[in-house]
Design a protein around this ligand. Structure first.
Ligand code: C2E
Ligand code: MG
Ligand code: MG
Ligand code: MG
Length: 272
């Protein structure tokens, strides 16, 4: 039985699987080496206070300078890094590198700038996350209050009581917490007040058509009101035009981030 069926299955299935898994393996070992070979880089995108127009924070965004492929975007390799667990050492590198960059900016006199760092689901599931953050903050002399970790709703929903526990441990270190891509996940509003979160980032999905689509404008408005009533600050992601910014200003949104101000850039180009 095994012979007949197995052989057919083998012949029909094997070539495609081979190609896929080979590609996967090649990328995986390249990603392994990326860390050792210094191919990872952070870009930074400003967060701007809507009222005053000041840059008050930087979000660290990871890129991979692949020797042949060029600059690879995180959407193309973070899923693989998650799947293989490589995101754990990579995430540690991101956190440390962002904190070290922040120290350089502090040394240049930007004492109040905040730094935002994305945390992946796998990192969040890792029981060592709070210890890791504590260690890196200590080693890099990062003022914890200026560090914000970005999480997503789905990460918190996965296991909410454990989630709250981790968030509270992080909060005790003095770091701040933001919910990234807000509105795209489960958006269980009841949970919002249970999670010790400081900031909501409205996903770019709701900002994109905010001028033309009254529903998107209503959603953005509702998120701002809800956030403010819970004492949270609100960031609009993906702001690409003055018209969008104008609407967000009228809704009382606190901060904005997007190509309208600046694309993610290398530290040396960061507009301070
Ligand atoms: P995110 O954290 O929601 O980051 C915002 C993404 O929107 C970034 O894409 C940024 O370049 C892009 N963006 C900013 N302004 C605009 C705009 O005005 N228009 C448009 N169309 N896009 C804009 P990026 O850098 O490709 O990152 C994609 C995602 O990859 C991030 O989404 C985040 O979830 C993840 N990521 C990036 N860096 C890291 C990291 O260091 N660790 C982890 N775990 N995830 C990361
Ligand atoms: Mg983010
Ligand atoms: Mg986002
Ligand atoms: Mg995201």
């Amino acid at each position: 039985r095994a012979k007949a069926e197995g052989r057919n299955a083998f012949q029909l299935y094997q070539p495609a699987m081979n190609a896929r898994s080979l590609e996967h393996l090649a990328l995986e070992s390249a990603l392994h080496r990326a860390l050792e070979r210094d191919e990872l880089v952070l870009h930074f995108q400003p967060l701007v206070e809507i009222a005053g127009g000041r840059t008050v924070a930087a979000e660290a965004l990871l890129r991979w300078r692949h020797p042949e492929l060029g600059l690879v975007s995180p959407a193309d390799f973070i899923p693989l890094a998650e799947e293989t667990g490589l995101i754990v050492p990579i995430g540690e590198w991101v956190l440390r590198t962002a904190c070290l960059q922040h120290r350089r900016w502090r040394e240049l006199g930007h004492a109040n700038l905040r730094m935002l760092v994305n945390i992946s689901a796998r990192q969040f599931r890792d029981d060592n996350l709070a210890d890791l953050v504590a260690r890196v903050v200590h080693e890099t002399a990062m003022p914890a209050g200026l560090l914000t970790l970005e999480l997503t709703e789905s990460m918190l929903m996965e296991n909410s009581s454990r989630g709250i526990d981790v968030l509270e441990r992080l909060r005790r270190l003095g770091v701040r917490l933001a919910l990234d891509d807000f509105g795209t996940g489960y958006s269980s509003l009841a949970y919002l007040k249970r999670f010790p979160i400081d900031e909501l980032k409205i996903d770019r999905l709701f900002i994109r058509d905010i001028e033309r689509n009254p529903e998107d404008a209503a959603i953005a408005d509702a998120i701002v009101k809800l956030a403010h009533s819970l004492g949270l600050r609100v960031v609009a992601e993906g702001v690409e035009s003055a018209a969008q910014l104008d609407i967000l200003a009228r809704h009382g949104c606190d901060l904005a981030q997007g190509y309208h101000f600046c694309r993610p850039v290398e530290a040396a180009q960061f507009p301070l």
